[in-house]
Design a protein around this ligand. Sequence first.
Ligand SMILES: [Zn+2]
Length: 512
Amino acid sequence: MKKFLATILAVIISICGLLPCLAADVTACSCGQAPIIYVAALGSGYVFLDAGTENERTLFRPDINDVLNDFTPLLGAAADLISTKDYDAFGDVLISCVNASFGMLALDNEGKSHERVTSEEFHPDTADHGDNYSYYFGYDFRLDPVENAEKLHTFIQEVKELTKHDTVRFRASSMGGVVTLSYIKLYGTKDIENIIFQNCPLQGTAVAGELYNGLFEINKDALIRYAEGALPSMDSDFLGAILYSLIEMLDAAGLWSDILGMADGIILNLKDRVFDEALIPIFGTMPGIWSFVPDEYYETAKTFMKLDERTHGKLLEKLDFYHYDVQQDAGRLLRNAQADGTNIYIVAGYNVQRTPLVTAYKNTSDGTVDTQYASLGATCAYIGEYLPDDYKQAQHTDKVYMSPDRMIDASTCLLPECTWFVKNMLHSTTHSGHDVLYGIFHTSDTQITVFDLEEYPQFIKNDTVHESFIPVTREGTPIQEAFKDAREMTSFLTITKLIYTLFEEFFKWMLG
Ligand SMILES: [Zn+2]
């Protein structure tokens, strides 16, 4: 009897197993709006220590109070440093603070996490989909992007199953582009209708390449531009204007130079120790961060970060696979994707000061990713400069790929026709204007090019005041530009900038 029941049960289970296949066509969603998956940026997946226990702590993104607690001893140490000039004592405290806050994030020699350290897993939990809804995919930023791409694959299968669609659409932000590129390498693009790469380090970012080579430098003007570049995205326009004034006044008073003079002393005396005792042990074995290293820095970085074949064989295999078979193969991967019918849109920011701690601080960027790397190959003038007067577009076609402000030549990009440049766009910081543009990309069956949309030519300026974009025009003098910004994007901040620019130019003129 038991055997009989078991047989019946087995038959029922097999029939149930077959049902989804038989029913697939009948229940396919006919809304015509494939689900959108947002492949999020670094830090999208929280990393926990001792998750689920009473000692649970969020390692990343860390709780601000935890970080303040960890770094409190640094205040006393800084005070001591000023009176004693004992850099080593300060270094002891600094290194122990960094290790207390970030030490547990370190991976082992194979690039695997400590067993007490885990990350949240992402699974779709609703069948909602369509043009106005995105599924959020996050991941542990420390791990191999290829490993995260495997999780993305599972996520996509779950979304397809839930929504009854055969295909999805992608919006990848920052590191999400690295994971997406890895996904394309492993699985191709037959499941993907279109992909928007927003501010993605597709060819890396100089800050990673340079830090992994120990190239550390602080430049005052870059630091000031960096701080000021973040102000337009502040919630309070008024506060932004106040901070702008404060930064400018402290500069005029020479205070930044004093502070940086002290920082220079710290770097000179402690750089090697901080690298050897904190940065290399914590970040040296993270494949996620290695994926940001551009090609020109990659092989020398392995030596500087002390990776050797004997100890780190398996890790090096992972790093080389991403670097040579994904990052350096991006051109072929994306061209093939287009040839197979997947529409590709690349959005890169420019004219924002990049992280001012590295030698490459002159690269124009969105603040984090250099424009040349996010755009897959644009020729860019340094921040605050222009391409030379006699510069001619590098690739001769009947189409113009030069920015009207002469800061960018997009003709050298991998996909110049599908690459947009947003002037003054801060890294992965968007407003409703982006949603409108991305909506146009996402709802087109055919590939839109930079010549198709009158409102959105290849070079557009970010208007954070009206949450929209303005086509980039010829660059005028600093005063003309400040006037134009104050008129087009009237706010406390743009008016304050105009006043300071007038003063600055007046004094320059006075001093001849
Ligand atoms: Zn549908």
